[in-house]
Design a protein around this ligand. Structure first.
Ligand SMILES: Cc1cc2nc3c(=O)[nH]c(=O)nc-3n(C[C@H](O)[C@H](O)[C@H](O)COP(=O)(O)OP(=O)(O)OC[C@H]3O[C@@H](n4cnc5c(N)ncnc54)[C@H](O)[C@@H]3O)c2cc1C
Length: 446
């Protein structure tokens, strides 16, 4: 079987490796439009900050046994009737035939309606190429100030990264608080952390225009004006679905390619995975668009397995995410209270403060945990945790994530056999204490 993959990042490479693992006799080919197969896009902020100084270290892997890698091969058209893909490669046009095709072309940054986005000094961060341009500007132009347009997780990570480089950062976000993927209460803690590290934060601002002003850039919106040497636009992403759409593939949530849980598109023998597709949401029981590297890897693996004859279903996302911002880590899984209500649940959210390990052992840290559950059924719907880096926040959100995956009730978290020794936990782990706080507020006495 000839398995051709368009896209050589998280989804495409996961698919290729899985297909080769299951069918070593399959002819697996991965094409990508740049020179960087399977580099960690998620690591770009740390290359920019200098914490990972050598970009080569961002490679998830450098050898791809049994998989043919075609760098600088940009797919221009897919013909599902003849089962061929036309590529532009090194200024030549060529076609490659396939038996099974995977489209894993990722996402592209949203270009908000702001004039001046193409001015020198305005950057996005989405590909290795973007990171080289931004890195060069920092090294050679030595900017002293920057405005980041967008206050989602990439905007927040970039505020941290540029501050690390000694640049004075202003974050200007459209949302009412930084990191709107968590509740306001946590957004406020993040804003305090940013302020404490010298980052100026302006929320609920719509940037309209960027203009040259002498050697600086003037960034303007209603009631907002800021001059800076550098602007980074981090306003979210949208599916890079045009290639598939032009080939007749149906679209679903937010214009992403429509796939079923086997990652099959609406066209026979064409699979799709990663940031270009819609994602099945396990709690909402429908598709949504939630582009993340962790999801792209899983979808790619499922697609790779099925493309060579397997019969696997993508388990679905539960909306798990974690980010480090300076000395804070903030994580979420499942639905926020607002999202749960919008989707018909009788949501109750209870916040509690827990120690990450026994207080008598040195350096115990406070975690704030918000548990969201359904009042009627007691079903766990979501959780959010914020606390200092090093406090095993990701481990704990992952316990909630698995409970969500399993469809557990909040009370059932107390049955989990979690690890315990005083320097790292408590006999009732913080996850369980937070679940008990929820139950205390919601349950009636016997
Ligand atoms: C700065 C940053 C930080 C992030 N941090 C995290 C994080 O901490 N955790 C997390 O889970 N996610 C994170 N993400 C998101 C994550 O990187 C993406 O979800 C993930 O890279 C998606 O993988 P993908 O394979 O679908 O697409 P992409 O990584 O976007 O790759 C697309 C691939 O398709 C190729 N391609 C596109 N068009 C064509 C064409 N026409 N022909 C040939 N090849 C083509 C490209 O060359 C590339 O190889 C971050 C993203 C960014 C930008």
């Amino acid at each position: 079987v000839r398995f051709l993959i368009i896209g050589g990042s998280d989804a495409g490479i996961s698919a290729a490796l899985r297909a080769h693992q299951l069918r070593p006799d399959a002819e697996v080919t991965v094409s990508l439009s740049d020179d960087f197969p399977n580099y960690s896009v998620c690591g770009l902020p740390f290359f920019i900050s200098g914490e990972t100084p050598d970009w080569h270290d961002l490679a998830h892997r450098t050898t791809f046994d049994g998989v043919r890698i075609l760098k600088q091969h940009r797919a221009r058209a897919v013909d599902p009737n003849q089962k061929i893909v036309t590529f532009e490669a090194h200024e030549q046009t060529l076609t490659i035939a396939y038996d099974r095709l995977l489209i894993a072309t990722g996402a592209r940054p949203v270009r908000p309606r702001i004039t001046g986005l193409d001015l020198p000094g305005v950057y996005v961060l989405h590909t290795m190429g973007d990171s080289f341009r931004l890195h060069d500007a920092i090294v050679h132009r030595k900017p002293r100030s920057a405005v980041i347009v967008g206050s989602g997780y990439i905007g927040a990570e970039m505020a941290d990264a540029l501050t690390h480089k000694g640049i004075a950062v202003t974050v200007a976000g459209r949302s009412r608080w930084v990191l709107p993927t968590v509740d306001l209460q946590f957004g406020q803690i993040i804003e305090q952390e940013l302020s404490a590290k010298g980052v100026r934060v302006t929320s609920a601002v719509e940037i309209a225009d960027i203009a040259e002003h002498g050697s600086e850039l003037a960034v303007r919106g209603a009631d907002f004006e800021c001059r800076a040497d550098l602007v980074v636009v981090a306003a979210g992403v949208k599916p890079n679905a045009e290639l598939g759409v032009a080939a007749g593939l149906a679209t679903g949530a937010k214009g992403a390619l429509r796939v079923d849980r086997k990652m099959m598109t609406s066209v026979p023998d064409v699979y799709a995975a990663g940031d270009c597709v819609q994602t099945w949401h396990r709690i909402l029981d429908r598709h949504d668009y939630l582009p993340l590297g962790t999801t792209a890897h899983k979808q790619g693996r499922v697609a790779g397995e099925n493309a060579v004859g397997g019969n696997r279903e993508f388990g679905g996302t539960v909306g798990t995410q974690v980010v480090k911002i300076f000395d804070l880590v903030v994580a979420r899984t499942g639905l926020l209270d607002r999202e749960a209500r919008e989707n018909g649940f009788d949501a109750v959210t209870v916040e509690s403060k827990q120690k990450d390990h026994k207080a008598y052992y040195p350096e115990a840290k406070d975690l704030r945990i918000r548990v969201t559950g359904d009042r009627k059924s007691g079903r766990l719907l979501g959780a959010q945790i914020i606390g200092p880096w090093g406090a095993e926040i990701a481990k704990r959100i992952d316990v909630f994530a698995f409970a969500l995956y399993a469809g557990a009730r909040v009370e059932e978290l107390n049955d989990l056999d979690l690890s315990y020794t005083p320097p790292v936990g408590s006999p009732w782990d913080a996850v369980q204490m937070a679940s008990q706080a929820w139950a205390t507020q919601v349950e009636r006495p016997l």
